[in-house]
Design a protein around this ligand. Structure first.
Ligand SMILES: [Zn+2]
Ligand SMILES: [Zn+2]
Length: 305
């Protein structure tokens, strides 16, 4: 199944006619993840008629309002829609302290559990793991503690050719050994080479979300070779001073990170309301890195492996 990214908002702090603040949904390994939840996220979800039954986890990069003001409304709405599945929120520890009193006032008697997981944005750590994938923090450079998130598929071993299993009457219990590359020996003592029974393992998908951040080449080793990088690009080079002052990046700096990290594709977003001609972000980034996509609200990107 293809991995899919839906951009719900790619503006910065001030909403504009075109852009809501940050929010996106990543569909990966048959799961949905909400990454940041600015104001307007639930409205966009509704307008796009997105199904969120499989959305169990929310990752919040930092506690600036444009990345978390949409959470309370979303939690309340899901309550009214009789959601029953637990909701896990991964964020800086202060989010629980800030949100709990508001939830007690506005969202008491929720039919589901909201479980907060405190993360340390300054440290690189695995914060989510299951059978198929992991999510790790990427420490970023910003005016408050901030981290990005790296979503990575876990190695799954070689791909079994089902017809060959039947042909050689190989039991299911032998699958792990075949996935690990071992040969098969038949009852007659004939060795069947692994290459005849399996195909090479599928390339593993990796997605990195990096917003908000000043230019930080130190993240390059961690995101090296990812298939897709979303990197903030709040300003253009002509406003590089503002980028430095507010710890944001220019389109050129985002592209430099993409080039250094040799990523497959770069998506730029978190555009300042001060720059209305958004094609200029794309032009500036393309001077440094060719495969760039300019994020748009309600954009859906599919990544086939
Ligand atoms: Zn922001
Ligand atoms: Zn911020």
């Amino acid at each position: 199944m293809a991995n899919k990214l839906t951009i719900l908002g790619c503006g910065s702090a001030v909403p504009t006619i075109n852009n809501n603040p940050s929010g996106q949904i990543l569909e990966m390994c048959d799961k949905l993840f909400l990454i940041d939840c600015g104001e307007g996220v639930q409205n966009t979800m509704r307008q796009m008629m997105l199904r969120t039954a499989r959305l169990y986890s929310v990752f919040i990069s930092h506690l600036h309002g444009d990345h978390c003001f949409g959470l309370l409304g979303l939690i309340s709405t899901w309550g009214m829609m009789n959601r029953t599945q637990d909701l896990h929120i991964y964020a800086h520890k202060d989010l629980e302290m800030l949100l709990k009193p508001l939830m007690e006032y506005h969202c008491h008697d929720l039919p589901y559990q909201v479980i907060f997981h405190a993360i340390d944005p300054k440290k690189k750590a695995v914060i989510f793991e299951d059978r198929t994938m992991t999510v790790s923090t990427i420490p970023l450079r910003h005016s408050v503690p901030t981290c990005g998130f790296l979503f990575e598929e876990k190695p799954r071993g070689r791909h079994i050719i089902r017809e060959k299993m039947e042909e050689y009457h190989i039991p299911y219990s032998a699958v792990p050994a075949l996935q690990a590359g071992e040969n098969w020996t038949t009852e007659d003592g004939i060795t069947v080479p692994n290459e005849e029974l399996t195909l090479p393992a599928k390339k593993l998908f990796r997605y990195a979300y990096c917003s908000d951040t000043g230019y930080k080449p130190a993240i390059v080793p961690q995101i090296k070779g990812v298939d897709v990088l979303y990197h903030e690009s709040t300003y253009l080079e002509e406003l590089a001073e503002s980028a430095k002052r507010y710890q944001h990046s220019t389109a050129k700096q985002a592209a430099k990170i993409a080039r250094k990290a040799e990523v497959g594709q770069l998506i730029i977003g978190h555009f300042s309301a001060r720059i209305t001609e958004q094609h200029r972000f794309l032009e500036e980034a393309r001077e440094v890195f060719e495969n760039v996509v300019l994020a748009e609200d309600k954009m859906v990107l599919e990544f086939t492996q």
